[in-house]
Design a binder for this molecule. Structure first.
Ligand code: ANZ
Length: 886
């Protein structure tokens, strides 16, 4: 049952926008200078997967589209582009399975995505469409790589990588989950391999500092901060000694610590299994055990190794370390809770003040020495120095006051110093004696920037056949270096990419010399690191972006996308941007000014009731004497349940509480909603409106197809109201007040991305308007204009039915006339002897006497006052009238 002809209308206006290039945008210096300015609103461009759009895509895209349309109507130049992040594993996996070239798969998927996005009426400037897989595009990705290489920010290193034998490739850390590949869940092991790395660590401090000036949510900033993981501490040198080592072996170990103040409490040291020192210092007796341990550790991921709950394991190496502050010899162990890739891969262990060390010491019978105690409150007596040790149930890890920390023979004493003072004192001493220094560390690691895959950007790098260890960059004029066609997409299994098999591509001669090409490709993140720049100048053959265009449009004013990109994509893009800033390609320090993460959309609520298999009776899920796991779950339809309190109960027996849960949409669960079906049944405008009406943009929301009907009915109502156009009659005051209240609310809410409440305001307005006997232009057209940001097709159609030609996309956003909203009366609560007895409307200017007079017209008030004497009156205008009677 169609409430209005959405199908015809939507097709008509989509064609109109396309033919008229309605949303095409160019820089306009005049507009910029006149003060209206530019607005760059960007979506995280999609990976064009084989399954088409899911309802999560239109969530963010509708939000940005509303903003784009709104800003255009404010007179701004709006940049709103779309493109494809199309390199990556799935197309390649598909190629392996079917032999179809990833290029073909990608083209087909992109076509489908483009058509789907167009069917939703997004106001993209399609003339700016880019795909990361287009040689015209990846030419510049390669160009940026050459710059990174030139600046020493791209280098090769032998690093332990995540090798996945089943996929025949190396994976990035983020592609490994609990020791299994993210795609396909195949086991992953750590092996050393020569790899391209990008030196993102060099930018750690700037990436951290510049977060402060960004208009991003605190939670995402915090995630980036944690990922960068700055920690301030010290490196301290310990001499290594052992009977089996020469007395002047010169072997030293450096540890990184954030608590140099606890140095007197170090009772052992630990090396990471990967630390080169392990082999050098190990005694004959311990060798076998140590080797076995190192071998075992190589099979675990860093995550597994550092899990807090797990039992800390380790093996003694047979060697000792000498504590520089007191000359004490402590045993050196190898333990996998120490990571090879952090700090110096070695720690001094202070069991009294570090929980991991504490557990390790307990497990292995090592000493615990307390050297920090809680700060005593000032004025409290009886907690003198060296007093009773803190309870030995765990480490005391907080800051406090040092004790047991002096060495008379060197004159160093930390006793009585607060932690921060103790740190300073011990550091000064260490620096003076040349055995330690201040050190800042970051958790952030350099970025492993190579994949042994076909479907990615080739590196613009060759190797001299006679000197294959030295990478030689191509010249920028050789770009793009395009991907050759290959016979087989199967990974070679040796760690090389399928490109290695294309001999006539791999072997090149230049200036009479023979070279071999690099056969790795770049990871999928590469293309998405800078796409927001190419949109601004997509066809430029001579440079990545024209500096004037960059200056005009950057930075991105609003960037909307999934929270799953909180660290990797957003950190990588910021890193590249800063490099481009340093070489003068961009003029802003940061790419994305404001960032908003949309919430996830979960599948329809699933209801389950529980039955006793013995007697077939339903059991309420809150019944305490039954364990649900003995019961049989029965899926219910939403028509079989009713809401009761906070939960749902069976319709046929309201005592039976059932479980109601929403799950992430997934193919395997069968709860994926295809947006195409919603568009077919209700139209694109309803889908857009529904996705915004579900709840606040950033919240997790639960899909309900039944509720799409609700917004659809609203649009039907608007249609019936205005399909015949408006009337050129004057509007009444009430009508004007209704529309201006609506303008006020919708404007503020749209500005602040509170789209759900903006829609409610338009619905409220319609509830009023349908009661009107006239349809004055002045009071109706503003609704059409505002609605056009949300439901553009129906709005365009109604606009033309209101007698206008062309599109409303560049009409002025309605302005609220505040003077209409200032009310000349208010509702005053009336109390008699402090008890609420009624309410009365009084003029804003009402005096106390006028207020009493008005109050007495309320029967309930009159009754209370009748025959009594008014003893006292308390009148607070706009708030309360309290009459005391006797
Ligand atoms: C001694 C000590 C005493 C420590 C104490 C802490 C408390 P963040 O904040 O994460 O930087 N550490 C150093 N290198 C390590 C490695 N490669 N693998 C595992 N742990 C390592 O933590 C730094 C602290 O983690 C360092 O400070 C060190 O333990 C440990 F009361 O040194 B601490």
């Amino acid at each position: 049952r169609n409430l209005y002809p959405f199908d015809t209308i939507e097709k008509k206006w989509q064609l109109y926008w396309e033919e008229n290039e309605t949303f095409k945008v160019e820089e306009d210096a005049h507009l910029r200078d006149s003060g209206a300015g530019k607005y760059y609103v960007l979506d995280m461009f999609p990976y064009p997967s084989g399954s088409g759009l899911h309802v999560g895509h239109p969530e963010g895209y509708t939000a940005t589209d509303i903003t784009a349309r709104y800003k255009r109507m404010l007179g701004m130049q709006v940049m709103h582009p779309m493109g494809w992040d199309a390199f990556g594993l799935p197309a390649e996996q598909y190629a392996i399975n079917t032999g179809t070239h990833p290029r073909e798969t990608t083209f087909a998927n992109v076509d489908r995505f483009r058509q789907q996005l167009k069917s939703l009426g997004f106001s993209f400037d399609w003339s700016r469409e880019v795909s990361t897989t287009d040689p015209d595009y990846y030419k510049w990705t390669q160009w940026i790589f050459l710059k990174l290489f030139e600046k020493g920010l791209a280098y090769q290193a032998e690093v332990p990588v995540n090798w996945c034998p089943a996929l025949g490739t190396v994976l990035a850390n983020e592609e490994v989950i609990d020791g299994l590949s993210e795609r396909g869940s195949h086991p992953v092991v750590r092996v050393p391999m020569k790899q391209w790395m990008l030196k993102i660590t060099k930018y750690a401090e700037r990436l951290l500092e510049d977060l402060d000036e960004l208009d991003w949510s605190d939670s995402i900033k915090e995630m980036q901060r944690n990922w960068i993981g700055k920690s301030e501490g010290a490196t301290i040198g310990f001499k290594i000694v052992a009977d089996h080592l020469e007395s002047d072996s010169g072997l030293d170990m450096e540890v990184f610590t954030t608590r140099p103040d606890t140095l007197f409490g170090a009772t052992y040291c630990c090396l990471a299994p990967e630390n080169d020192l392990v082999k050098k210092i190990c005694s004959e007796e311990q060798l076998a055990a140590v080797e076995r341990y190192v071998e075992e550790a190589s099979k675990k991921s860093d995550l597994e190794r550092t899990e807090l709950q797990k039992t800390k394991t380790g093996v003694f190496t047979g060697a000792f370390a000498v504590n520089p502050v007191n000359g004490k010899k402590v045993p050196i162990w190898v333990a996998d809770y120490v990571l090879g890739s952090y700090g110096s891969g070695a720690v001094m262990a202070v069991p009294a003040h570090d929980q991991r060390d504490f557990e390790f010491a307990e497990e292995n019978g090592l000493d615990v020495e307390w050297v920090v105690k809680p700060q005593t409150k000032k004025g409290k007596k009886g907690q003198g120095e060296g007093e009773a040790e803190p309870e030995a149930s765990g480490a005391f890890t907080k800051d406090g006051v040092s004790f047991n920390s002096s060495n008379p023979s060197t004159g160093l004493s930390l006793d009585g110093l607060e932690t921060h003072k103790a740190k300073e004192a011990v550091l000064a001493w260490l620096e003076q004696h040349g055995c330690g220094k201040k050190q800042v560390n970051y958790k952030l690691r350099d970025w492993l920037f190579a994949r042994q895959r076909y479907w990615g950007e080739p590196f613009p790098i060759v190797y001299d056949k006679s000197n294959p260890d030295v990478p030689i960059p191509l010249s920028p004029s050789d770009l793009p270096l395009t991907l050759p066609d290959v016979e087989s997409y199967e990974p070679t299994g040796t760690g090389e990419s399928p490109l290695a098999g294309v001999r006539d591509w791999v072997e090149v001669s230049m200036d009479g010399k023979e070279y071999l090409r690099e056969t790795n490709t770049m990871p999928q993140w590469a293309g998405s690191c800078w796409y927001y720049l190419r949109f601004l100048d997509p066809k430029n053959q001579d440079m990545l972006i024209d500096p004037n265009k960059e200056k005009y449009w950057m930075p991105v004013d609003l960037y909307v996308g999934g929270a799953e990109h909180a660290v990797l994509h957003l950190l990588y893009a910021r890193f590249w941007h800063k490099v481009l800033y340093d070489i003068g390609v961009v003029t802003t320090k940061e790419p994305f000014g404001k960032l908003v993460s949309q919430g996830m959309i979960l599948g329809e609520v699933e209801y389950t009731a529980y039955k006793d298999p013995a007697d077939g009776r339903y059991v309420s899920i809150d019944s305490k004497d039954r364990d649900l796991s003995d019961l049989e779950g029965v899926s219910l339809d939403s028509s079989q349940v009713v809401k009761k309190g906070k939960g749902y109960v069976l319709k046929e027996d309201e005592n039976v509480l059932v479980s109601a849960r929403a799950h992430k949409m997934s193919k395997s669960r069968g709860n994926v909603i295809n947006p195409d079906h919603i568009v077919e049944a209700y139209g694109a405008d309803s889908l857009r409106l529904y996705e915004m009406f579900m709840g606040p943009l950033c919240d997790t929301k639960v899909w309900s197809t039944r509720s799409v009907e609700g917004v659809y009915r609203f649009l039907g109502k608007v249609w019936r109201f205005l399909e015949g156009g408006v009337e050129d009659t004057g509007a009444t005051k009430e009508q004007l007040q209704a529309i201006h209240a609506c303008i006020k609310k919708v404007t503020v809410d749209t500005e602040e991305l509170r789209f759900n409440t903006a829609i409610s305001a338009m619905m409220e307005f319609m509830n009023e308007a349908t009661k009107w006997e006239t349809k004055p232009r002045e009071a109706c057209e503003p609704l059409v204009l505002m609605l056009s940001a949300y439901a553009p097709h129906i709005a365009e159609e109604l606009w033309s039915r209101c007698g206008h030609g062309g599109s409303l996309a560049y009409e002025k956003w309605p302005l609220c006339d505040e003077s209409l909203l200032v009310s000349d009366s208010y509702v005053l609560p009336v109390q008699i002897n402090g008890k609420m007895r009624g309410k009365v409307e009084v003029p804003t200017s009402a005096t106390q006497d006028q207020a009493i007079e008005a109050a007495l017209t309320v029967p309930n008030v009159e009754k209370q006052v009748e025959g009594k004497e008014i003893f006292k009156v308390i009148f607070v205008p706009e708030k309360i009238l309290n009459v005391i009677v006797k």
